[in-house]
Design a protein around this ligand. Sequence first.
Ligand SMILES: NC(=O)c1ccc[n+]([C@@H]2O[C@H](COP(=O)([O-])OP(=O)(O)OC[C@H]3O[C@@H](n4cnc5c(N)ncnc54)[C@H](O)[C@@H]3O)[C@@H](O)[C@H]2O)c1
Length: 253
Amino acid sequence: MRVKDKVIIVTGSGGGIGEGIAKRLAAEGAKVVVNDIQPVQGQKVTADIVAAGGQAIFVAADVTKSAEVQALVQAAVQQWGRLDVMVNNAGWTHRNRPALEVSEDEFDRCYAVNMKSIYLATVHAVPVFRAGGGGSFINIASTAGVRPRPGLTWYNGSKGAVITTSKSLAAELGPDNIRVNCINPVFNPDTGLSAEFAGGPVDDARRAKFLATIPLGRFSSALDVANAALYLASDEGAFISGVCIEVDGARCV
Ligand SMILES: NC(=O)c1ccc[n+]([C@@H]2O[C@H](COP(=O)([O-])OP(=O)(O)OC[C@H]3O[C@@H](n4cnc5c(N)ncnc54)[C@H](O)[C@@H]3O)[C@@H](O)[C@H]2O)c1
């Protein structure tokens, strides 16, 4: 039980990578707050965790809305008296297309879900972390934030901002015993965003094109990312802050 009794929020955990993180952390003893804007999916993940013998509650909240993020953090405190880790996983992308064809609304949504969410999580969780003697943020960024490719320009930039902001916060919040780290996953073909990243259905041709750039010869899975999150959330990661763990099979280009 590597995170036994740690209280952990996982945003956007109604499906995809976040679901994998929430389930892995719960299996290792965490008290998990499952969050999503999609209540049916979020409640299903929560029920799965409880059925497997874990501890979880579901809190519907939009990570782009200050009052809702505040309520999300408070729900963790009300339920379990503290907050130890916040995994900022909720994310969104415009469809893979030329930069000039992405609408202003899509740009705003991309930066709100991917980046403003980090600001709001910081504003609302840091006072709780400080009161509890410390804490840890795990921000799910992307390989796209460090090795950008054409077609996802505004998404790539939002993830680059997540990475730089996380490193800055790590430096600023270290004296409060608050750690801030990122995980950079490479393409996962099985999530709600996969077709958007790929620019269409993830068919054999698109799979082959992506796969050719990953030396370890497969895509990332939610479990790969969850295992990295487990390490950062656990006491094994107690002196790790300001880093990005690449979960990318050594993607080279
Ligand atoms: N799938 C990949 O290839 C890949 C690669 C690198 C990084 N990522 C990142 O991983 C994270 C998870 O994405 P995923 O691929 O599992 O996609 P997903 O769409 O399957 O999961 C994202 C979840 O976030 C929720 N969400 C969206 N907006 C929200 C909001 N405003 N408030 C609360 N919840 C919200 C969605 O309802 C969904 O359940 C994202 O940050 C994404 O950028 C994904």
